[in-house]
Every structure is written in structure tokens, then in C-alpha cells.
Design a protein around this ligand. Structure first.
Ligand code: ADP
Ligand code: MG
Length: 373
């Protein structure tokens, strides 16, 4: 039970050539033959030197969607049904495979972690309902929002119905927040889910087109709520999957005015994300999650459960500096430690009656930073 930071190096695209590959996955000393946990990249100032960054695991160009899901995300499903929350991030510059990792392609083999997660949740729910002696019922619902330019929009709303100011966020206690007016849709099967998810993703891309922006300039936050009911006992847990906006380097792009403002808000929220995970990892009492809407919506560090950060990387030289800055960003997050506290069941009839002290687990899973010149 721990927080994991994993890197994934995407394969070459059609226009890219083998000769330009500079990033690869490598084994750490003593590591099993079928595992890699190091990313190697040359020093931009001296090609004969390499930097190494170690993560919980590193997936090379040939890694499949199924491997990534089975190793990194599938284990969270049983925890979800025990009442823990799960949060999955995809971080990386535009073009490195965040959307591919999260959403993926149409074919079964190319499906990303989100549809696979849902498929797994429904399978587990059906099994629970069938096998449980005490007639457990499982309900699944979803909300899907995007944060663009520091404003929150409901992706179930068609873009023309959006209020330009976005939806307000309200505190609801325990460090948790609620986005006021956000739609929550029940989805009782994978088919239901896919229909809603596809429609919302169309809204995401049309709104981006309308605003003359690219959808990679928004954070897309999918929240899947699982409600298990056994008699009077209700247990709720949430799986969140975030396709983050890419970090922007204004020194190297020709962002002007409005674009600068957007860029600043993207970078600020990613900076706060990094600060939050760093604060959590250092067990600091103050986690600055309130300083950006994204971290606030996720109640980062206030929430219980499991976090998996997937760092998406391109293998080629044209991304050299971006890849290095992504690796440095993720380096901070590796020491993350999250309080894992079960979501306690509550009782419908007698609120308050079911207040039991939850078991508190703490764990640290931080591989050493390992850089060699
Ligand atoms: P991002 O969301 O980070 O901007 P995308 O997910 O859109 O990046 O990926 C950029 C391109 O690379 C897309 O054409 C995508 O299909 C392709 N791609 C990314 N990762 C993989 C992968 N693991 N296997 C095959 N194609 C990939
Ligand atoms: Mg994308």
C-alpha cells in the first residue's frame, strides 16, 4: 500500500526516427531481469554523460496498455472496494502520451487505463453482488470536469451552455470540496460509462476549438464514485483520473498576452501540485492544496487512499529539455507519502452511530534518487 510514481516512454511516431532516440528504460543495479525502474537521458550539455532517474517502475517503448494497467492500476480496484480512494495522474508535455495512457484508442488492445479501470470495477461489482451473502448492492456514478484557465467546467454540459466564469467550489468539511452544480451521472454498466465518457470528451474538444485553444491546455478530471450498500451500511469511495495540462515553457514558446495568462495558470497549478506532493512526502503539516483549483478539487493530501503518478515521456531528442524538466518535476513527487485511511461506512438510519476510528496506515515507498554523471 503506497504511492507510486512510474514513468512511461512512448514509442516513436511515424515522423520520428530511431536515430533521434535519446531516452531509454534501464535496470537498476541488481534489479530483476524483467523489470526496469530507471530512465536514462543524456546531459544536454554533454552527450557522453547520462543522467539516471529512478522511479517505482519504468515502462519502455514496447510496454502495452494492458501491462501498464495490470501492474499499476488494477491493484487499486480491490482497495477501492475496501473503501479507499484512488487518484491517478498523467503528467507530461503535450505529445508524450497522456491522453493515450488515460483514454487510449478505440480497439480493445489500445484501451487506456480509464476504460480498463471501469471494466474492472464493474466486474468486481457484479461478482460482489452475486457472491455476497448479505445482498450488497453496488452503484457507480461519474462526474467529469475540466479546469481551463483556472475555471471549472462541467464536461457533461455542452460548451454553448457554459457560464464563462465557470462553476464555484465550496468547502464541505474534512478538507473536502464540492463543485457547485457539477453533474453526477449514474452509470450502471461499461456501456453506459463509455457513452457518457465519449460524449463528455466530445464536449472537451469542441470547447477547446471554440476557445481557439487546444484541449491539452486543460486539466480533465474524471471522478468515479462507487457506493456499496449492505443493509443500512453505506460505503463510498472515489477513483479519480486526471489527464493534466502539459507544462509550458514560455522561454521557448512564443506565447503572447492571453496565451501567457493561460500558460501562467497551467504552470501555477502544476507547481502547486508539485508543492503538495513534496509537502506530503516531507510530512509537513501544511499542504498548500488550497492554492490551486485542481489540488483543491482533489483535496490532495487531505484525502485518503492511493496515488499513482504516471510520468509520460517522449523518447526523442526534440523533447530533450522538456523531458529533463518533467523528470525533475517527478523527482520531487517520488517521496510522496499519503495518509491511507479507509472511508468509514456510515449508516443511513442513524447518522453518527457508525463513527468508529478508522485504522490509520502510513507507508513510505520512496526509492532513492539516483543520479550519475
Ligand atoms: P498528450 O495527451 O500527452 O498530448 P497523446 O496521448 O495525444 O499525448 O499522444 C501523442 C501521440 O502519440 C498520439 O498520436 C498517440 O496516439 C501517440 N501515442 C502516445 N503514446 C502511445 C503509445 N504508448 N503507443 C502508441 N501510440 C502512442
Ligand atoms: Mg492529451
Amino acid at each position: 500500500m503506497s504511492v507510486r510514481v512510474v514513468a512511461r516512454i512512448r514509442p516513436l511516431l511515424k515522423a520520428e526516427i530511431e536515430r533521434d532516440v535519446i531516452v531509454d528504460a534501464a535496470r537498476a543495479p541488481g534489479e530483476a531481469e524483467d523489470k526496469t525502474s530507471v530512465v536514462r537521458i543524456p546531459n544536454p550539455k554533454n552527450d557522453s554523460e547520462a543522467f539516471s532517474f529512478q522511479f517505482n517502475s519504468v515502462y519502455g517503448q514496447e510496454a502495452t496498455q494492458a501491462q501498464l494497467f495490470d501492474n499499476e492500476v488494477s491493484p487499486t480496484v480491490k482497495h477501492l472496494f475496501k473503501g479507499y480512494d484512488a487518484t491517478l495522474f498523467a503528467y507530461g508535455v503535450t505529445g508524450t502520451g497522456k491522453t493515450h495512457t488515460m483514454r487510449g484508442g478505440k480497439s480493445l488492445a489500445e484501451r487506456g487505463v480509464i476504460p480498463r479501470l471501469l471494466s474492472s470495477i464493474y466486474r468486481k461489482a457484479r461478482k460482489l453482488e452475486k457472491d455476497s451473502a448479505d445482498a450488497t448492492q453496488v452503484e457507480v456514478s461519474m462526474s467529469y470536469q475540466e479546469i481551463y484557465n483556472d475555471r471549472v467546467f462541467d464536461l457533461f454540459e455542452p460548451p454553448e451552455k457554459r457560464t464563462p466564469a465557470g462553476l464555484p467550489i465550496r468547502d464541505v468539511g474534512n478538507g473536502k470540496t464540492q463543485v457547485v452544480g457539477l453533474t453526477e451521472r449514474p452509470c450502471s454498466s461499461l456501456k453506459d460509462f463509455e457513452q457518457l465518457y465519449d460524449q463528455a470528451n466530445v464536449n472537451r474538444s469542441t470547447s477547446a476549438t471554440k476557445l481557439n485553444a487546444h484541449s491539452s491546455r486543460s486539466h480533465a478530471i474524471l471522478c468515479v464514485k462507487i457506493t456499496q450498500t449492505t443493509g443500512d451500511e453505506v460505503r463510498v469511495s472515489t477513483a479519480s483520473a486526471i489527464d493534466l495540462a502539459g507544462p509550458e515553457d514560455n522561454r521557448r514558446t512564443d506565447n503572447k498576452n492571453e496565451r501567457m495568462v493561460e500558460s501562467a495558470s497551467i504552470n501555477k497549478s502544476l507547481f502547486v501540485l508539485a508543492q503538495c506532493v513534496e509537502a506530503i512526502s516531507r510530512k509537513q503539516a501544511r499542504i498548500p492544496y488550497r492554492e490551486s483549483k485542481m489540488t483543491r478539487i482533489l483535496s490532495l493530501g487531505q484525502n485518503n487512499g492511493f496515488t499513482v503518478m504516471i510520468l509520460n515521456l517522449a523518447p526523442v531528442r526534440s523533447y530533450h529539455l522538456d523531458t529533463l524538466s518533467s523528470l525533475n518535476f517527478a523527482n520531487r513527487t517520488k517521496k510522496i507519502e499519503v495518509k491511507e485511511v479507509e472511508n468509514l461506512p456510515f449508516y443511513r438510519e442513524a447518522p453518527g452511530k457508525g463513527k468508529i476510528d478508522g485504522e490509520k496506515h502510513n507507508s513510505l515507498n520512496a526509492p532513492a534518487v539516483h543520479r550519475q554523471p
